[in-house]
Write a protein that binds this ligand. Structure first.
Ligand code: KG4
Ligand code: ZN
Length: 350
């Protein structure tokens, strides 16, 4: 089965070809430089860039996979959540291709694709060695803890009540005068700093829920900078504060995912989304899993961030399990909770 996938939910335009579960091509055109000058993603500009880039990435993905449109068996695209105009470009392009080629189409939930991207190994998605797991999805827009009891059967345990982990990195970085998106830069600068120099709050770490809240942490950094205006001029201060903020975010994420696994008696943890690229988060989660003998699966390389490869990989799983395609006139869903598909479990198990 040859599948073309499109992703355009935020500031990456991407197209991928999946053949029998393998990501054969995964072309990603990033708009980061464009939006960096405004300090964040400008939705109208993102839509225009997607419109320009969708045909380019599709052509490149097909060429790299050495196939023609007429070789395709099905098409998939991100349906939500995301920026309305941005989603519209990829979704409508995918639906139009499916209509013209008279092949099935499937709209995909962006976070569900992040969730299962941790099961992609050497560009091949497989749930053959599936184990019940707790999935941590950490991106610029969302922070979610999900229980995956069976393949493609999952339930959200909790999520952020305000800022997402990536948003906390980006907003704190902005306070420190760093360029958007600040997450990767903070990761880099933190490597030269001491995480114990400053103590910032670990919001909701010991709360009796699986929810997160990161806006207070960002506010604590703002107050700290207002009280210590001179410090920001020193390089070592920048390294130390990046390391200290990062340590707070990492401790909360790792603490909560491990607690969830213990409570729900699950011994496999997965992590994906842009923030899963963070070196300290990967190291700390890996250490915490090793100590408890938990299996850890983390998305790798470009599959951590937004890309059509993960959209196509999930669509391939769904098509190959016989899940039905969508009608070709479904609208985007900019606000779309992760669909849940199994029985109630106790969300207050701490
Ligand atoms: O999944 P993603 O590419 O897009 C969304 O769906 O939001 O995630 C982007 C987020 C941004 O907030 C970015 O700063 C963050 O991921 N990020 C990182 C790192 N790399 C990307 N945050 C911390 N450390 C990193 N190395
Ligand atoms: Zn994402």
């Amino acid at each position: 089965m040859k599948l073309l996938a499109l992703e355009s939910s935020c500031d990456e335009t991407s197209a991928a070809v999946i053949e029998d579960g393998y990501i054969v091509s995964n072309i990603i055109s990033s708009q980061i430089e464009l939006h960096a000058q405004y300090g964040g993603v400008v939705p109208e500009l993102a839509t225009r860039e997607h419109l320009r880039n969708v045909p380019i990435v599709v052509r490149e993905a097909l060429n790299k996979a050495s196939i023609k449109p007429s070789d395709l068996d099905c098409v998939a695209a991100t349906r939500g959540p995301g920026l309305p105009g941005a989603l519209m470009t990829g979704l409508r392009a995918g639906q139009s291709m499916a209509r013209a080629l008279k092949i099935p189409f499937m709209g995909i939930h962006h976070h569900e694709a992040h969730l299962y991207s941790a099961w992609i190994n050497e560009n091949k998605i497989s749930l053959d060695d599936f184990k019940p797991s707790i999935g941590l999805i950490v991106s610029g827009g969302h922070t979610l803890l999900v229980l995956v009891e069976e393949p493609l059967r999952h339930r959200v345990l909790g999520g952020t009540l305000d800022d997402a982990a990536g948003e906390c990195f980006d907003k704190t970085a902005k306070l420190l005068g760093l360029k958007y998106p600040g997450g990767p830069l903070m990761d880099k600068l933190a490597q030269r700093g001491n995480p114990q120099t400053y103590f910032f709050p670990r919001p909701m770490l010991h709360d009796k829920s699986y929810d997160f809240s990161f806006s207070g942490l960002k506010t604590a950094v703002r107050y700290f900078l207002e009280e210590n205006p001179k410090l920001i001029e020193e390089d070592q201060f920048l390294y130390d504060i990046c390391a200290s903020v990062q340590a707070a975010i990492v401790e909360v994420l790792v603490g909560k995912v491990i607690q969830a696994a213990k409570n729900l008696k699950v011994s496999c943890i997965t992590m994906a989304g842009g923030v899963s690229a963070n070196s300290q988060l990967r190291a700390a989660l890996s250490k915490a899993c090793k100590v408890r003998n938990f299996q850890l699966k983390v998305a790798t390389g470009p599959l951590c961030a937004d890309n059509a490869g993960m959209i196509g990989a999930l669509a391939w799983l769904k098509f190959s399990q016989g899940l039905s395609s969508d009608s070709l006139d479904e609208d985007p869903k900019p606000h779309w909770d992760l669909p849940e598909n199994f029985a109630n479990i106790n969300k207050r198990a701490f």
